[in-house]
Design a protein around this ligand. Structure first.
Ligand code: ZN
Ligand code: FE
Length: 257
């Protein structure tokens, strides 16, 4: 299974999963249809699945047009998103499984950004090779999604689930927000050497207009302030010893950043 990253809208990424042996593809969060159709034409591949993480327009905006072009496509989303995802046929819950290209993806229920948000995790089938995590707007490179429909407690639980995956997991998040996220991270965790190093790397990437997605979960654990609510540096920035309150206060500071 090959993952192809496509640019969409102003700062969204769409991910195309491609199975060379069957010449089929699946798409994660098609913000718009055009880039997907273009890539499918280039591959001469048939689209068999749309995997949506949540109902926001910049994640499902391409669903209708893709369904028109590929009437056989199956549209997946979270059970709680019933009625909010165009064309949704499969209603997934925590622990549900999906299949594509001989790989099995595990569904992880991650409410917080929205009340229905899910992530798709495809564990590696070969030791030492990375698994792939498609986490929509829950975990970002260097950040996390805003809490539109969920509470800090829910988001901490959701991020705890994602944080428990192996360090070499590749994190395919849906937006190129990394530089801004790390600029903020430095304001609350400025003594963190791993973070300083990552900031310099990301700055160099972005100055060449290169993507910073996917990132590695192990790097997120060391540098992402929204996975580090137990760290003394973050707790002192938040003036709290409580993990959820630390998360909530850091999230609030980011909202105003
Ligand atoms: Zn969203
Ligand atoms: Fe989004």
């Amino acid at each position: 299974m090959q993952v192809i990253r496509l640019n969409a809208l102003s700062d969204n990424y769409i991910f195309l999963l491609y199975d060379r042996t069957q010449n089929t593809a699946a798409v994660i969060d098609p913000a718009e249809a055009e880039p997907v159709l273009k890539q499918l034409a280039q591959l001469k591949a048939e689209l068999v699945a749309i995997f949506n993480t949540h109902h926001h327009h910049d994640h499902v905006g391409g669903n209708q047009q893709l369904i028109q072009q590929f009437p056989e496509v199956t549209v997946y989303g979270g059970a709680e998103d019933r009625g909010r995802i165009p064309g949704q046929q499969v209603f997934l819950e925590d622990g549900s499984r999906v299949q594509f290209g001989g790989r099995v993806g595990e569904v992880i229920f991650v409410p917080g950004h929205t009340r229905a948000h899910i992530a798709y995790y495809f564990p590696s089938e070969i030791a030492e090779e990375p698994g792939e995590l498609f986490c929509g707007d829950t975990l970002f490179a260097g950040g996390c999604g805003r809490l539109f429909e969920g509470t800090p407690t829910q988001m901490v639980n959701s991020l705890t689930k994602l944080r428990s995956l192996p360090d070499n997991t590749r994190v395919w998040c849906a937006h190129e927000y990394t530089l801004k996220n790390l600029q903020f991270a430095l304001t609350v965790d400025g003594e963190n050497g791993d973070l300083q190093k990552r900031f310099d790397e990301v700055k160099a990437y972005r100055s060449r207009n290169e993507a910073t997605v996917p990132s590695l979960l192990g790097v997120e654990k060391l540098t992402n302030p929204f996975l580090r609510w137990e760290q003394p540096s973050l707790q002192s920035a938040a003036k709290s010893n409580d993990p959820v309150q630390t998360f909530a206060r850091i999230r609030g500071m980011k909202d105003r950043f």
